[in-house]
Ligand binder design. Structure first.
Ligand SMILES: Cc1cc2nc3c(=O)[nH]c(=O)nc-3n(C[C@H](O)[C@H](O)[C@H](O)COP(=O)(O)O)c2cc1C
Length: 138
């Protein structure tokens, strides 16, 4: 099996705690079945997500995510083969942008869509390297 990683950024549309709970619940259930792991950085002005898993599953999942009307301006930042998973224990880790690198003004000015693939990968590498309490898939 070829392992693929994909990172995109988008802008939440109609963001609320309930919406986010619903997104995460569906994401984790589907990802568990599909062998997908990853992390979702979420703030009310920003989504940035890494998906990793079998190429066909990541492609299909991203296809559904692209059609989801709970966010807009979906921009693909990186997609490629990966030698190993960055989030092997997480059906979808939620990162409330604690470790995030753009402030609201920069996000408003379009920084996420302009990020390089390298910047995007560095952000998730940093999140993956942070110590966490236990493994949890939610
Ligand atoms: C920001 C965001 C992240 C999402 N992440 C995932 C995910 O990791 N896996 C997944 O299966 N669906 C994810 N979804 C939900 C999909 O867009 C879609 O609603 C879900 O897969 C069910 O698709 P279906 O209704 O066509 O069966 C996400 C949606 C949003 C808005």
């Amino acid at each position: 099996m070829r392992l693929m990683q994909l990172i995109y950024a988008s802008r939440p549309f109609g963001f609320s705690g309930d919406t986010l709970d619903d997104i995460l619940m569906t994401a984790r259930r589907r990802n568990r079945a599909d062998g997908i792991t990853g992390a979702l950085i979420c703030r009310n002005d920003l989504f940035m997500q890494m998906l990793e898993g079998p190429r066909s599953k990541v492609t299909a999942t991203f296809g559904r995510i692209l059609r989801d009307d709970r966010h807009i301006e979906v921009t693909l930042l990186w997609c490629g083969d990966a030698p190993f998973r960055s989030f092997p224990d997480w059906d979808m880790l939620e990162d409330p942008a604690r470790s995030w690198m753009w402030n609201r003004e920069e996000v408003r000015a379009g920084a996420p869509g302009a990020a390089s693939a390298e910047e995007a990968r560095r952000a998730f590498a940093r999140i993956a390297s942070e110590p966490r309490e236990g493994a949890a898939s939610g």
